[in-house]
Ligand binder design. Structure first.
Ligand SMILES: [Ca+2]
Length: 394
């Protein structure tokens, strides 16, 4: 197509030089935009725990696990908006060790974009002639042990320039070979390129995806994580492993993302994920505290509250879904009606949502996600208690 355009421009250029230069510009830009794939944001997968976009601060826009900037961490143009910028000497984002970040006993996934200014940093202990260890998202901490990497997990670039996802080894360094480690090919990571990297821990396997494609998978053996470490972005608490470059859109999920979901996240590119606007919800409005029997939890009445900046009646009920760790929606949408639940004079939206696919007893976080008719994605959550079925005959 471009060749045809060039022939057309050359033919037109015989008329006047001026006209041809204008045409070259406009046709060239047409040809370029014609080859671009339109990118739209991808709807975030369910089960998102925390998301640090790095857009000028260290806030977690999902669950309040806001990071603390430790040392000289800046912000620079990233893959999606701004990114955390690390200098390879010191500095990290410390997101703490809240209960919902202690994920390794179950399934979980870590997602981030990373770009290396250089494959080397100022560390001395964990470098090879071709590069240095650099942590992306890291929750490994075992200062009392003689060997490294025995307590927690890491997603990192290894010194020999491959991506590595590993869990703490039992009396051994887990970040080496299977069954606690999975990695991309040695030497496959270069400086000056953005990579989309996803680590997945599922029931019996750990997997690593680079740029939307599975780069490795292994059957997971025994591992050790007593959840003592803070979650760090850009460094390791013991070894340094300081990233020299950019880390963007780091996100942790409390379930194993599918290959299709990971591919969609990668393909969204610089459009990234839809940002979720936090909203207030009330599970079982009028009943406090909200305790559900498992029976009752199959259909849950939830009020989504309006506020000065948000009109809950604009929610498209077909988009409502629950996304908590132990209450997942069966089917889509809910039956909704407007009602002023909190007495502030603004109509809220009350919906009966069907759940029941996965309901477990105990205290849990009920999460509701939805979109408005104009496409704004919102997310609300509330702690609830689910008790056993009152007349369980099974
Ligand atoms: Ca960003």
């Amino acid at each position: 197509m471009q060749r045809a355009l060039i022939r057309l421009v050359a033919a037109l250029a015989k008329s006047t030089r001026l006209a041809s230069s204008i045409l070259v510009g406009s046709l060239a830009s047409f040809a370029m935009t014609g080859t671009l794939v339109a990118q739209t944001p991808v709807t975030p997968s369910t089960g998102m725990i925390s998301w640090w976009p790095g857009d000028g601060n260290a806030s977690d826009i999902v669950d309040g696990n806001n990071g603390t900037i430790v040392g000289p961490v800046g912000f620079a143009p990233g893959k999606v908006g701004l990114a955390f910028s690390f200098n390879g000497t010191t500095g990290a984002i410390d997101a703490g060790n809240a209960a919902d970040l202690q994920v390794s006993a179950g399934d979980f996934s870590i997602e981030a974009w990373v770009y290396y200014n250089s494959l080397f940093n100022a560390d001395t202990g964990v470098c090879l002639p071709m590069g240095c260890d650099m942590s992306i998202v890291d929750k490994m901490f075992d200062p009392s042990l003689a060997l490294a990497n025995q307590n927690g997990w890491r997603l990192m670039k290894q010194a020999a320039n491959y991506f590595l996802f590993c869990l703490g080894g039992v009396n051994t360094n887990g970040c080496g070979i299977a069954p606690q480690s999975v990695f991309s090919p040695v030497g496959s990571v270069s400086a000056g390129i953005w990579y989309h990297v996803v680590a997945v821990k599922a029931a019996s396997t750990i997997s690593l995806y680079v740029n939307g494609v599975q780069a490795g998978q292994t059957t997971l053996g025994g591992f050790n994580d007593t959840n003592q470490a803070d979650l760090l972005i850009g460094a390791n608490a013991v070894e340094g492993s300081h990233t020299n470059g950019l880390i963007d859109e780091a996100t942790i999920y409390n379930r194993a993302l599918s290959a299709a979901e990971i591919s969609a996240l990668y393909n969204a590119g610089s459009a990234g994920k839809y940002k979720l606007t936090p909203v207030s919800i009330i599970v079982k409005p009028g009943v406090s505290p909200p305790v559900l029997t498992r029976e009752a939890a199959e259909e849950i009445r939830v009020a989504i509250l309006s506020n000065a900046n948000f009109d809950a009646t604009q929610i498209n009920s077909d988009t409502i879904r629950t996304a908590g760790p132990s209450v997942n929606l069966r089917g889509k949408g809910g039956r909704c009606f407007p009602q002023d639940v909190d007495g502030d004079g603004a109509l809220d939206l009350v919906c009966d949502v069907r759940a029941g696919e996965s309901i477990t007893d105990g205290s849990t976080i009920f999460v509701l996600e939805a979109k408005t008719v104009s496409g704004q994605a919102v997310r609300g959550q509330q702690e609830i208690t689910i008790t056993g079925r009152s007349s369980d005959k099974h």
